[in-house]
Each structure stands twice: as structure tokens, then as C-alpha cells.
Write a protein that binds this ligand. Structure first.
Ligand SMILES: NC(=O)c1ccc[n+]([C@@H]2O[C@H](COP(=O)([O-])OP(=O)(O)OC[C@H]3O[C@@H](n4cnc5c(N)ncnc54)[C@H](O)[C@@H]3O)[C@@H](O)[C@H]2O)c1
Length: 414
């Protein structure tokens, strides 16, 4: 296949070369190599470098764009950044390149943007510029030092399309990748916005993990009698709850007799040891704000429909009578702050059969909570009348009798 690479830098060049090695023809354009003849000749190896974008993309079926989306130089992390104002990447170069590609490309071709952008950027700023060809967002998870290997053995390939469909453009790209990368690769196909999220949240998961692990190092130093490796290795082997897909379904915040109060006590430890930072405070703050956001969401819908709010599941998890650290009660607290105290229903703590006509938050989901033991179906605890609205933060409930909102899925809310 004929392929073009616009931007042949630390990421683009090694990837383009792997594509050539797999048997494709690759043309390239990068202003850094056309400064003088010597530089041009030096880089014109496996890749057929061109002097302009129109020349480079002319015969290409797929045009990969791997140009920089730089940050302000003072934000690279080698000097303190936490005090600086938050700032987006700079998309000037991406926009120039997309504009020029669009002016010479046609619908039989496809632009595939690799450069990293923040969630929302493609739909808001980039896709509207593409009027004469097709556009896919395909960010890479590649690490310096192992670019070529990572390219052939990626953790996953993210393919973002306008509506998240996996046919058409996405399928075309999958077919292409199957000729250049290892066959057991996982494809994650979603909307542009979902792929933007997968890319940046993947990286920030790593940053968060390292910050937590290095915090244990700080605790070891301040506390004494601790080898950080004993602690981190014990956690690393904890594949039942920590190292694995568990707790990866967004929904209600955590609760119970241990979690919130452990975090609160750890805030005290952070202070006593003089760590100089307090991740626990941020975690608890986020938990509370998330509960408040959910409460505001419920209050809005309740007001729109002139219905009361009902919290379905009050104990901190299904099938137990304990209300310690209940996230449902925290959400109820914030509903009350907005002037609406909810009806509480739970067979173990607030047994009521109804019927109720309400905006019901399905706080419990036995299937998700107890999945590691066995599959369990979550039954409704009370009778809900027709005209009720169900808000399911676990995005599983389906029932034609009610309007059902899957909280966290804005593909269907739109
Ligand atoms: N390097 C990585 O490991 C990596 C991994 C994942 C994502 N990314 C993302 O990929 C993008 C590129 O990263 P990189 O590390 O290759 O950067 P880089 O600076 O090494 O390479 C970018 C190349 O684009 C060229 N360029 C600049 N202006 C251009 C223009 N108008 N037209 C064509 N080419 C132009 C530059 O000369 C440079 O060679 C960034 O958005 C980055 O965040 C990089």
C-alpha cells in the first residue's frame, strides 16, 4: 500500500520505517530534513522523502500525521510546574498540516492523526477543517527507546471515528495494521473523543501509579523500619483487587467501614510525617465532588420531571445492613443541600415496597460488586410506577417501562 508520513520525528520516522519493512511504500515530509541537500540525503533512506506536503501525499492511500503538539517549554516537568497555570498543548502545527493536506487530498484517501491532543480537540477544532477527505484519530502508546518494538507490539491500537463505528474507515485501518503489527493486537475502536481519553488517561494512570509507589518510598524514609520494596511487592502481587480489571467500572464512589476512614487517617499520617503533600486529601475531595455532581444531576432531572428522588440501595453495598461510609447517604446529603431529601429504599436498612413514582438512582449493583464470587442479578427493591426515571450509574439496567439514563455514557445522552 502507498502510505505517507507527515512529521518524521522521534515517533514518525521509526514507525514509517517499520511500515516500509513490512512491504509498503512510504513517502514522507518533514521540514527539518529539507533545510539542505546533505540533511535531505542523509534521511532519505527507507522513506522516500519529499520537499512538500502535496508531493508526499499525492499517491498515498493513508496519510499519517505525527507532527508535534508542543507544550510551553516551561511545562516539561524538569522544573516545578505544579504552581503554573494549566495549559493545553499547542495545536498550531497540526492545524497547518491538516489544512494543507485537506487542500490536496480526496475522499479515496484518509488522514490518520497520531499526534496527542486533549479530549474534545478533534471534534471541536480539527475535524471541521477536513472537508475533502476522510479523518481518523489514532494516537500511539509508544515509549522512547523502544519505538520500533512498541509499534509492532502495541498494547492496543486506538481507532477513533466520528460516531465510533467500527466499519468503514476503522476497518480499513485495521486491515492495514494487520499487515504490519503482531497478530494478537487488541483494537479499541470508539469515537474520536473516546480515543483521546484512552490515550491521555492511559498515561496519567501510569503517572498516578508512580506517584503512589514513590509516596510509599517517602513514608519508608520518614517512618523508619520499612523497605519500600517489601510493601510495593506485596501490593504488586495483589491481583484480586488492585492489579487487574477490578474496580475499573465507573459508578458509585467507595464506601464501607474501612475505605473512607483509612484515607482520612492517612491524611493525618501525611501531616505527621511531613510528606509535604497529601494525595489522600485530594482523593477524598474528588470522592465528595463526584457525589455532589451526581446529586446535582439527580436534582436537575427531578425538577424537570416534577418527581421526588429515590435512592435505591442505602447500605454501602448490596446485601449487607451496614451504612458505614455509605456513598448513597453522601449523595443523599448533597441532594438535601440542593433542597431535595430523597426517598431511601433498601431491604436491609429502609425496607419499603412502594409503589413510588420517582427519579431512582440505582446505587446498588450486586452483579458488579460480587462479580468475583459469582454472577448475581440485581432485582429492584421496590415497585416503581410507570413515568419514573431510572438513573443507573453502572450503565446496565434496561427496562422499556421507564426512561433509563446510563450515567457516564454521553453517547446516548446527546
Ligand atoms: N515520541 C513518542 O514516544 C510519542 C508517543 C506517543 C505520542 N507522541 C505524540 O506524537 C507527536 C509527535 O511526537 P514526536 O515525539 O515524534 O515529536 P518530534 O518533535 O520528535 O517530531 C515531530 C516532527 O514533526 C516535524 N514537523 C514540525 N513541523 C512540521 C510541519 N509543519 N510539517 C511536517 N512535519 C513537521 C518536526 O520537524 C519533527 O521532526 C506529538 O503529538 C507527541 O505527543 C509521541
Amino acid at each position: 500500500m502507498k502510505i505517507a508520513f507527515i512529521g518524521c520525528g522521534k515517533l514518525g520516522l521509526p514507525c514509517a520505517e517499520e511500515i516500509v519493512k513490512a512491504g509498503h511504500e512510504v513517502t514522507g515530509y518533514d521540514p527539518a530534513y529539507i533545510k539542505d541537500d546533505r540533511t535531505f540525503k542523509k534521511h532519505n533512506g527507507l522513506i522516500d522523502l519529499k520537499h512538500t506536503i502535496p508531493e508526499a501525499v499525492k499517491f498515498a492511500k493513508i496519510v499519517f500525521v505525527a507532527v508535534p503538539t508542543p507544550h510551553d517549554p516551561s511545562y516539561d516537568g524538569r522544573a516545578p510546574t505544579a504552581h503554573l497555570a494549566p495549559k493545553d498543548f499547542d495545536y498550531t502545527i497540526v492545524k497547518q498540516v491538516l489544512n494543507e493536506c485537506n487542500s490536496v487530498m480526496n475522499p479515496a484517501q484518509m488522514i490518520v492523526l497520531i499526534s496527542t491532543v486533549l479530549p474534545g480537540t478533534v471534534r471541536r477544532e480539527l475535524a471541521p477543517m477536513i472537508t475533502s477527505t476522510r479523518f481518523v484519530y489514532n494516537p500511539y502508546l509508544i515509549a522512547m527507546g523502544s519505538v520500533a518494538w512498541d509499534f509492532r507490539n502495541p498494547e492496543m491500537i486506538m481507532i477513533g471515528t466520528q460516531d465510533g463505528s467500527s466499519t468503514g474507515d476503522a476497518q480499513e485501518l485495521v486491515d492495514f495494521y494487520s499487515t504490519v503489527i503482531e497478530s494478537d493486537t487488541r483494537y479499541e475502536i470508539g469515537t474520536w473523543d473516546e480515543c483521546e481519553c484512552i490515550k491521555v488517561f492511559y498515561n496519567t494512570f501510569i503517572s498516578t501509579k508512580i506517584a503512589l509507589v514513590n509516596m510509599i518510598q517517602d513514608v519508608a524514609l520518614k517512618q523508619g523500619n520499612i523497605n519500600v520494596d517489601v510493601v510495593t511487592q506485596a501490593l504488586a502481587k495483589s491481583s484480586k483487587r488492585i492489579m487487574g480489571p477490578q474496580y475499573m467500572t465507573a459508578g458509585m464512589g467507595d464506601g464501607g467501614a474501612c475505605h473512607p476512614r483509612d484515607n482520612i487517617a492517612l491524611r493525618y499520617m501525611a501531616q505527621e510525617l511531613g510528606l509535604g503533600y497529601d494525595l489522600f486529601d485530594e482523593i477524598m475531595f474528588a470522592r465528595e465532588k463526584q457525589a455532589e455532581n451526581l446529586a446535582k444531576f439527580l436534582v436537575n432531572i427531578a425538577q424537570e420531571n416534577n418527581l421526588p428522588i429515590l435512592i435505591h440501595g442505602v447500605a454501602y453495598k448490596p446485601n449487607v445492613p451496614y451504612k458505614d461510609g455509605s456513598y448513597s447517604l453522601l449523595v443523599a446529603h448533597y441532594c438535601e443541600q440542593q433542597g431535595m431529601w430523597p426517598i431511601l429504599v433498601d431491604p436491609h436498612t429502609h425496607a419499603q415496597r412502594g409503589p413510588f413514582k420517582a427519579v431512582a438512582l440505582l446505587a446498588h449493583n450486586a452483579n458488579i460488586t460480587y462479580k468475583y464470587i459469582n454472577e448475581q442479578k440485581q432485582e429492584l427493591y421496590c415497585y416503581l410506577e410507570k413515568g419514573s426515571v431510572i438513573v443507573d450509574p453502572w450503565r446496565q439496567y434496561e427496562d422499556d417501562r421507564y426512561k433509563v439514563i446510563h450515567y457516564g455514557n454521553t453517547r446516548t445522552l446527546a
